[in-house]
Design a protein around this ligand. Structure first.
Ligand code: TXA
Ligand code: MG
Length: 312
């Protein structure tokens, strides 16, 4: 039996399979089996008010999960699926309440890598999957990241190497009349707006999340991480790490450069692994420099901001 067949059998039997997508690794279960989905929440320590994204292998499968597919959403998925785009749509009765935390809408996306596609096809089920990390931690972009944080809690891990995009999917909600950006991610807002026009931005705070899961305390590290706006100066008496697009001024104990040539795509792909490496160096402080707020830079800045807030 191939790894895919083994993994698909586990999904069909209500088990948990971690699998690679182009964004981050997902922790998957049969989206139509409420008990299997409950096991995801348990393995991650995830609060039940934070709903899951359902992964599909084709448009027809997506259509069974929704009661209505608005025109703008259709145009987006025609253009960008498979890819790092999640759309939130009114759900059909097929979707168990536990998947959507009882919301009337469901988040759906079609991942690109063949391993992910084959897993969904071979399972013959849509697969509910959050990022395969413990709740609140940095999302995994390699099989090793998954093994380290969830190893004994998953039934199988499919290894597809490092994720190409490296930050989670962009989430656009069609729950209201006009489309709303709920999470900047691996597909840029510019590309989305080039297809459907202006999209309003609604990024909640921990006090008032406009969508569940927009909690600020996310992507937390053990080491405090601070955003710096101006020229960075390492603090001499503490062990300080640097996280930035390019080289820092001298004096940092550990340096992580996201993209020597200043390329935001490359930076996004490196971000989470760099955060984890810095966190393992026993530093007192990580100074992170925001990147230009355009293209994938929006997603990078969003993750850095959340990581810095969790240090408060
Ligand atoms: O790239 C990704 O999206 C990865 C891979 C595995 O597909 N998944 C991922 O899942 O990042 P997760 O669970 O870590 O983040 C999903 C986000 C959460 O913030 C959740 O609140 C939001 O999507 N979400 C899910 N269903 C929703 C819904 N019905 N309405 C609003 N937000 C929703
Ligand atoms: Mg997550």
């Amino acid at each position: 039996m191939s790894d895919i067949q083994k993994a698909a059998r586990i999904i069909q039997n209500g088990g948990l399979v971690a699998f690679p997508t182009e964004t981050v690794y997902g922790l998957g279960a049969d989206a139509l089996n409420p008990y299997a989905v409950a096991a995801i929440f348990e393995a991650k320590n995830r609060p039940q008010f934070d709903p899951l994204i359902v992964h599909v292998a084709d448009r027809r499968q997506a259509e069974t999960l929704v009661s209505h597919f608005p025109g703008k959403a259709l145009r987006l998925v025609e253009k960008f699926w498979p890819g790092p785009l999640t759309v939130v749509l009114p759900k059909s009765s097929l979707v168990p309440d536990i998947v959507t935390s009882s919301l009337p809408n469901v988040a759906i996306r079609m991942p690109n890598p063949p391993l992910a596609m084959e897993l969904i096809r071979e399972s013959k089920r849509p697969i509910a999957a959050p990022s395969a990390n413990l709740f609140g931690q940095v999302s995994p972009t390699t099989e090793e990241h998954v093994r380290k944080s969830l190893g004994d809690k998953v039934d199988f891990i499919l290894d597809g190497g490092p994720c190409e995009v490296g930050v989670e999917s962009t989430i656009i909600s069609f729950a209201e009349k006009e489309p709303v950006l709920l999470r900047p991610g691996g597909l840029s807002l510019e590309e989305i707006e080039s297809i459907i026009g202006k999209v309003s931005v609604s990024m909640g705070s921990s006090d008032q999340p406009t969508a569940p899961g927009q909690m600020e305390r996310h992507y937390s590290l053990r080491t405090p991480l601070r955003l710096i706006q101006a020229q960075a100066v390492p603090i001499s008496h503490v062990k300080t790490g640097w996280l930035g697009l390019q080289n820092p001024p001298s004096g940092f104990d550990v340096v992580e450069v996201l993209s020597q040539k200043g390329d935001l795509k490359e930076a996004a792909a490196n971000l989470f692994a760099a955060m984890r490496r810095l966190d393992e160096k026993n530093l007192d402080l990580i100074l992170a420099q925001p990147v230009p707020d355009q293209g994938l830079g929006r997603a990078i800045n969003d993750r850095l901001t959340r990581a810095s807030r969790s240090a408060d």
